[in-house]
Structures are given as structure tokens and as C-alpha cells.
Write a new protein. Structure first.
Ligand SMILES: Nc1ncnc2c1ncn2[C@@H]1O[C@H](COP(=O)(O)OP(=O)(O)OP(=O)(O)O)[C@@H](O)[C@H]1O
Ligand SMILES: O=P(O)(O)OC[C@H]1O[C@H](OP(=O)(O)OP(=O)(O)O)[C@H](O)[C@@H]1O
Length: 217
């Protein structure tokens, strides 16, 4: 196993909000991923690299050991299933809620007059689990983004999506209807790296834990 610690994360809100926490652990990116086309970023520490990938790919890189650690939203981890990963720390960043939403007059009983209700979402597993727990058989339609459009054009009756300020729902004439779970980003660790690079991984974990506690105070 190499001596390098590789941390996988996505650019955008997770990178921006994770950087102050990583800085508390002594890690600073050498480049801004919004300005660089590089996918592997050096840091001030020659033994630490950042790999910049799609948010939903982070658990896969960490599960297979292509990255030792990762930072991923709980939504992404719930969809992935968390196999092969430890999830030792809630970083408390990129906070939002997973919700069922729809038009203000949408029914929540799982049925329309003639058929099962259709639910458009990127979060198929979470949506299946939520409606199954309510004893409702619904039809899940997998989308990759812009879920708010689906009820407006008759693709679905409801959506399952993330809500922070509620502005995206509001701008599209939709309302939040049911709360599924609170979401924030987590530190995840490859199981082999946890054993083989234990001292370095736990040193970083404890530095991040301290930074999270300080940020919350
Ligand atoms: N509006 C929001 N407010 C706060 N956190 C959010 C919001 N939307 C998403 N998140 C959180 O930030 C994470 C990353 O979101 P981002 O928009 O950067 O990626 P994405 O577009 O959802 O992922 P992908 O590129 O894999 O489709 C999400 O997995 C979620 O945990
Ligand atoms: O309640 P709000 O504050 O309006 O935030 C909610 C929006 O944020 C997320 O999208 P994002 O901005 O990440 O776009 P994307 O899904 O296309 O990446 C989510 O999918 C909602 O559309």
C-alpha cells in the first residue's frame, strides 16, 4: 500500500465547505478545482492528494480503495448502501433535507384514480424504502436531475428530492409534503485503509472532528 492518503470529493458546495475543515487538519489544496481541469490535486502535504469526482461516485472510489477517504452526502451514501466503507464522522456540511414534494393539491395516498402514483427521483432506493414503509406501492421513475420539472409536465405525481431553502420548489410552484430524512456530508473511509494507514487516518479524523466541533460552537 502506498504512503499517499487520497481523499475523494466533489467540487462545488462539498469542496467549498470541506476546505476549511481540511485546513484545520493541515491540508490545503494547491489548486482551485473550479479553475483547473485536473482531477488529481496536490496539496501542501506531498503525502496527501485530492481526487475530484462526481458526488455520487465518491462511495465507489472509496469502496474499491481508489481513494482512502471520501466526503459524501448522506443521500449519496444511502443510495450506495455503504458497503466496504466506514462512516466515522458527520462533517455537518452541505446540510439539507430529503423530502417528498409535489403540487399543492397532490395526493399522498399512493394512488391516483386509475394507477399507482408515479414518483420521479434520483434517489430510487430512498424513495422505495420511504413508500414501502408507508405500505404504498408506487412507481419510481429514475431521473438524474431537475426533478422539479417532472410534476409540471405530467411525468410524475410527486418527486423525492433535496430541499435546503425551498426556493427551487417555490420557483416551480411545488411544495414540500413529507420529510424523509436530514442530510449532511460524512467522512467515509476504505476498510483496508482504516487498518493499513490507521495512524494517519485517525490523526486526520481527530483533526476533522475538532474542526467540526469548533465550527458547531
Ligand atoms: N441545495 C442543497 N443544499 C445543501 N446541500 C445540498 C443541496 N443539494 C445537494 N446537497 C448536498 O450536497 C451534495 C453534493 O451536491 P452537488 O450538487 O455538488 O452534487 P450533485 O449534482 O447532487 O451530484 P452528481 O454530480 O453526482 O449528480 C449532495 O449529495 C447533497 O448531500
Ligand atoms: O431548496 P433549495 O435551496 O432551492 O435547494 C434545492 C435544490 O438543490 C439541489 O439541486 P442543486 O442546486 O444541487 O442542482 P443539481 O441537482 O442540478 O446539482 C436539489 O436537487 C434541489 O434542486
Amino acid at each position: 500500500m502506498s504512503n499517499t492518503l487520497t481523499i475523494a470529493l466533489s467540487k462545488g458546495r462539498i469542496f467549498e465547505q470541506a476546505m476549511p475543515l481540511l485546513a484545520a487538519g493541515g491540508i490545503r489544496a494547491a489548486e482551485d478545482p473550479e479553475k483547473s481541469r485536473k482531477l488529481i490535486l496536490d496539496t501542501n502535504d506531498p503525502r496527501v492528494k485530492l481526487v475530484i469526482i462526481r458526488a455520487s461516485d465518491v462511495p465507489t472510489y472509496v469502496e474499491y480503495g481508489a481513494a482512502d477517504l471520501g466526503i459524501a452526502g448522506k443521500d449519496v451514501l444511502l443510495e450506495h448502501g455503504g458497503e466496504g466503507l466506514y462512516e466515522p464522522l458527520d462533517l455537518g456540511i452541505a446540510r439539507c433535507r430529503m423530502m417528498v414534494a409535489g403540487k399543492p393539491d397532490a395526493q399522498l395516498d399512493g394512488r391516483t384514480d386509475r394507477r399507482r402514483q408515479r414518483i420521479a427521483t434520483k434517489y430510487v432506493r430512498c424513495a422505495e424504502r420511504h413508500f414501502a414503509a408507508k405500505g404504498q406501492q408506487v412507481e419510481i421513475i429514475k431521473l438524474y436531475g431537475s426533478m422539479e420539472l417532472a410534476p409540471l409536465v405530467g411525468l410524475s405525481d410527486l418527486i423525492v428530492d433535496l430541499v435546503e431553502s425551498g426556493n427551487t420548489l417555490k420557483a416551480n410552484g411545488l411544495v414540500p409534503l413529507e420529510h424523509i430524512c436530514e442530510i449532511s456530508s460524512r467522512l467515509v473511509v476504505n476498510k483496508a485503509s482504516w487498518k493499513m494507514k490507521h495512524a494517519r487516518v485517525t490523526a486526520l479524523l481527530e483533526a476533522l472532528r475538532g474542526a467540526v466541533t469548533q465550527q458547531a460552537a
